[in-house]
Each structure stands twice: as structure tokens, then as C-alpha cells.
Design a protein around this ligand. Structure first.
Ligand code: MRU
Length: 352
């Protein structure tokens, strides 16, 4: 995507390999929407840290970051006597950075399958993984844009644009491409507590001049009940064999509301998000993130240039913070994939 970095317009994916230094570089998503900055990870450890801290986020993008991270480990330990053991440690560290998105495992296993397993080849393999993900985003956009017609009101949740998918986006790709084709409509953007990914969605939509409004997550029922939402499109962090999806917390609420109001509910994702080895959503590990994400608002220095965080609750308050929920296949109208808009029973045939 086109980004203005240090005053210069540049074409950048969400994450890439820097040949000169063997570093993994990425757009620092914790600084958006107020500033566009590059974050550099000199070793696989910093890459794992960046995934854990959501400096890079979005299931397909963290899959690509993990793939590049393992390539870094191969470079670092190539001459070492304990090469295989060190690669295993790096694999486990990268994999455990975030547990719900299956893209991490798929990215790492794609690197593991490199033959011959050499430093040059693993970097090429990681770049291939990232490119394949980005290309699939483009295809998802071409396929999914047919669902969008003039004057629609579309609701989306979390962030599924170019930065979440290496490039082009998953659920945002159909929206962006339909707008570029000249269709005119409006997008409701859930703010997506507690990490406010809606801010990145609003920022990406504004890059294309797409008409949008940000709402609190709890407002969607209100707008649905008044007939003001025609279509829901969102992403997925893991799609199981039977078509259940884990996606950003709040997705399940939306799916139930959409069904109650007869609103079509679509999920869009690349093949790296499909997990045929997990039977159903019940078997997905849900990431539990730190309570501080509810209690403390971070990144204030980006706005005010003062202290960086502020607590909005007293210390005695207790929290729970599951990062994702599971939506059963029966609440999903269709799956927008690079192979077409599928039903849950078609996923295994096309996305494996
Ligand atoms: O926790 P995040 O921000 O990494 O969440 C992942 C997501 O962006 C969403 O759940 C999204 O819908 C799927 S990834 C394109």
C-alpha cells in the first residue's frame, strides 16, 4: 500500500525482509493513526516480541512476520553446532507469540518445508509466503466486491486492511475495490475495544476517501434494528474444518444480531487462516491478553506528546480480556476466499 513515511510517499507491505541487514521490518501499527513509522527487528527474538506486543497484528500479517522471523533464526544459527536445536527453540518462541491465529503455524511450517533448507532459500520461501498472502487479498477483493451495491451500509469489525494481510486486505479488500470501481456506499467501523483496531480501519478507509463512521462496538444492534445496516463483512483469525471461525472479540455478538435482523454476514480470509486439522471452534485456543489493555489507555504521547499511558479504572477493579471469540458456522452466510464465495462444506475442497 502507498504510505507517507518521513514525508516520502512509498509503496510498502505490512512486513518485509531487509536484505542489507537481515532484519525484519514492519509498519509500527501501535503508532497509527497518528504517525507512520517503520519498526526494525534485528533478530528473530525482536520479531517474536513485535508479534506479541501487536506492533504488527492481523492474522495473515503475523503469519508472514513469523515466517521471516524463522528465516532470521536460520541465518543466525547456520554456523552453529546446535543448529537444529536452536531452530526448534526459535520456532517455538515465534509460535507462542500469539496462540489463536493459525497463520503463525502455517507460516512457520511453510519455512520448515524449504528444501534445501539454506539461509538463502528460507528467505525466498518467507517472501513467497508473504507475497502469496498479499496476492490472495487482491483476489478476495475481486471476488467479494460483487456483494457490494450502491447506497449500502456495510458494518465491519476490527481491522482487516492491507496492514493486517501484508497488503490489500481481507474483509476491507472488497470494500476498497468496490469503491475504486465507482460504487458509492457507507461503512460503519466498530471501534473494537480494547485495542481500538477500528482506528486503523478508519485510517485505511480514509486513505481511499471511502465514506465511513466509527461507532462503539455496543451500538451495532441499535443501527441494525433501525434497518441501517445491509451487510456485515469481517475477517477471521482461524477457520476450522467445519467452518467455525475465531475472530476478534465481539464477532459472535455481531453474528447473532445479524441473524436476528436477517442481515447477510460474511467472513473473508486467505488460505493461511484455514485450519483443516482443527475440527470445530470448540478446539481453538483463545488468547487471553493482559488486563492492562482494558484498564490503561496507551499511546497517548502520539496524540498529546505528554506521558504515554493513563489508567481509566481504580486499582481494585478486576478484568477479563479474551482477545477473540468463536462464531459457529450456522451464523455465517458465506466465506469470501481467493477461490470464490464458499459454503462451510466447500472449504476443505478449495482452501486446503
Ligand atoms: O488481535 P489482532 O488485532 O491481531 O486481531 C486480528 C484481526 O485483525 C482480526 O480479528 C481480523 O478480523 C482478522 S485478521 C485480518
Amino acid at each position: 500500500m502507498k504510505l507517507k513515511i518521513n514525508g516520502k510517499l512509498q509503496d510498502k507491505p505490512a512486513v518485509w525482509w531487509d536484505k542489507a541487514t537481515n532484519a525484519v521490518q514492519m509498519i509500527d501499527q501501535t503508532k497509527l493513526p497518528f504517525s507512520v513509522e517503520i519498526y526494525t527487528c534485528p533478530t528473530y527474538r525482536e520479531t517474536a516480541f513485535a508479534v506479541k506486543k501487536m506492533i504488527i497484528r492481523g492474522a495473515p500479517s503475523i503469519g508472514a512476520a513469523a515466517a521471516y522471523g524463522l528465516a532470521q533464526a536460520v541465518h543466525e544459527f547456520w554456523e552453529s553446532d546446535s543448529f537444529e536445536d536452536s531452530i526448534k527453540v526459535a520456532y517455538d518462541e515465534l509460535l507462542s507469540a500469539r496462540p489463536t491465529a493459525v497463520d503463525l503455524k502455517n507460516g512457520l511450517d511453510f519455512i520448515r518445508s524449504t528444501d534445501p533448507f539454506t539461509p538463502e532459500n528460507v528467505v525466498a520461501q518467507a517472501s513467497l509466503f508473504a507475497k502469496r498472502t498479499a496476492d490472495q487479498g487482491l483476489k478476495i477483493g475481486q471476488i467479494g466486491k460483487e456483494l457490494i451495491t450502491n447506497n449500502m451500509n456495510i458494518l465491519t469489525h476490527c481491522h482487516t486492511g492491507a496492514l493486517a494481510l501484508v497488503d490489500h486486505g481481507s474483509a476491507l479488500a472488497p470494500i476498497i475495490q468496490a469503491w475504486q470501481d465507482g460504487k458509492r456506499f457507507h461503512v460503519f467501523v466498530d471501534e473494537t475495544r480494547p485495542r481500538f483496531q477500528g482506528r486503523i480501519t478508519a485510517w485505511e478507509l480514509s486513505q481511499y476517501g471511502i465514506d465511513h463512521t466509527v461507532i462503539c462496538d455496543s451500538m451495532s444492534g441499535f443501527f441494525m434494528s433501525r434497518g441501517e445496516i445491509d451487510l456485515v463483512i469481517l475477517g477471521a483469525d482461524r477457520v476450522t474444518r467445519n467452518g467455525d471461525i475465531a475472530n476478534k472479540i465481539g464477532t459472535y455478538n455481531l453474528a447473532i444480531l445479524a441473524q436476528y435482523h436477517n442481515i447477510p454476514f460474511y467472513t473473508a480470509f486467505p488460505t493461511s487462516t484455514f485450519d483443516p486439522s482443527t475440527k470445530s471452534g470448540k478446539d481453538i485456543e483463545i488468547e487471553k491478553r493482559n488486563d492492562s489493555e482494558l484498564k490503561i489507555v496507551e499511546g497517548i504521547s502520539n496524540i498529546q506528546k505528554k506521558s504515554d499511558s493513563i489508567s481509566i479504572f481504580p486499582d481494585f477493579v478486576k478484568f477479563k480480556n479474551p482477545a477473540f471469540d468463536v462464531t459457529p458456522n450456522k451464523l455465517i452466510t458465506g466465506y469470501i476466499t481467493p477461490y470464490g464465495i464458499l459454503t462451510n462444506t466447500q472449504l476443505v475442497t478449495f482452501c486446503q
